[in-house]
Design a protein around this ligand. Structure first.
Ligand SMILES: [Zn+2]
Length: 303
């Protein structure tokens, strides 16, 4: 029996079967199992590194800059949403990063994809030094200079030494790795004292996962090897000596809407997609407040 990477328990149960619905590479089926102790879910069989490579074609979404098309028109839905978020002081990430705006800090985007996260931050935080690393794609769309550096190999990250980074961002990363706990242990060493780690990952306890089941977009079989809940994510950080500061839940209904497409076997149309997402956003906002939307973001600190 496979041991849970988080709590070591060998007791788990079958939850659901799935195959690559999203990229459609093949129809090989995997079981999604759940640890009976800590409720972490994992793929069975766990695909190895070689097997996984074929499931990451160049057009896998994290490598392409999906957000570009969104910005073209004046979007009243978004303006209204941003107004509410601003009024209720709900933009936790912005508030957290804002505290570092004038400081000289080293920021690592681990799993940077095409580099859109660095791209969105570099103008606002001009004193920061940005580092990007991605195992599957080492092509940043942002130009490298003395403020932005792309690490080609994990060895380069190691060479920078311990206690180096003030902020490490892991957006849509830990669900893709075979041993997320070891990764967090490694990155904690790279983090300076008082430094922050920001993790964004799917929420297994989300309402849409319960409604859509195998059609839930965030299941992303077989690329998502583990899917966390807020509880076991906090536990993993805790096990590695990182202290939870804040936890919050997605307000954008992108995952919910893509799950709907998958459920009804509808193809995503870029033009109507943004409209539908905006239409569902008020509902997702409520799910977010109930901690049951599709994605969790946690901010934790190295004491
Ligand atoms: Zn467990």
């Amino acid at each position: 029996m496979k041991k849970c990477i988080l709590c070591g328990s060998e007791k788990n149960k079958f939850v659901i079967k799935g195959y690559d619905r999203y990229m459609g590479i093949d129809k090989k089926e995997y079981n999604i199992q759940q640890c009976l102790e800590c409720k972490l879910t994992f793929l069975e069989p766990m695909p190895d590194e070689n097997e996984l490579l074929s499931y990451y074609p160049d057009n896998y979404s994290v490598f392409t800059d999906e957000k570009k098309s969104h910005k073209s028109k004046k979007n009243y839905f978004r303006i209204f949403k941003n107004f509410i978020v601003e009024q209720l002081n709900l933009n936790h990430l912005k508030n957290t990063l804002g505290k570092f705006s004038d400081k000289k800090i080293n920021y690592l985007d681990y799993g940077c994809g095409s580099g859109k996260n660095i791209f969105s931050l570099k103008e606002k935080f001009r004193n920061w030094k940005f580092f990007g690393y991605d195992k599957y794609n080492s092509k940043l769309s942002v130009k490298q200079n003395d403020k932005i550096r792309l690490l080609q190999e994990i060895g380069e990250l190691d060479q920078l030494g311990d206690n180096y980074f003030h902020i490490i961002n892991l957006s849509s990363v830990i669900e893709h790795v075979q041993d997320p706990s070891s990764l967090i242990f490694f990155l904690k060493k790279k983090l300076c004292q008082g430094g922050l780690i920001i993790i964004k990952t799917p929420n297994f306890n989300s309402i849409s996962r319960k409604i859509f089941g195998k059609y839930w977009h965030n299941l992303d079989v077989p690329r998502h090897l583990h899917i966390f809940s807020d509880k076991n994510l906090t536990k993993m950080l805790d096990n590695n000596g990182l202290k939870k500061q804040k936890i919050f839940y997605s307000r954008n209904s992108g995952v919910e809407v893509k799950s709907l497409y998958s459920f009804f076997n509808i193809k995503k149309k870029p033009k109507s997609h943004n409209f539908i997402v905006n239409l569902f956003n008020p509902l997702t906002m409520i799910l977010s407040l109930l901690n049951t939307s599709s994605t969790i973001t946690i901010i934790a600190q190295k004491p």
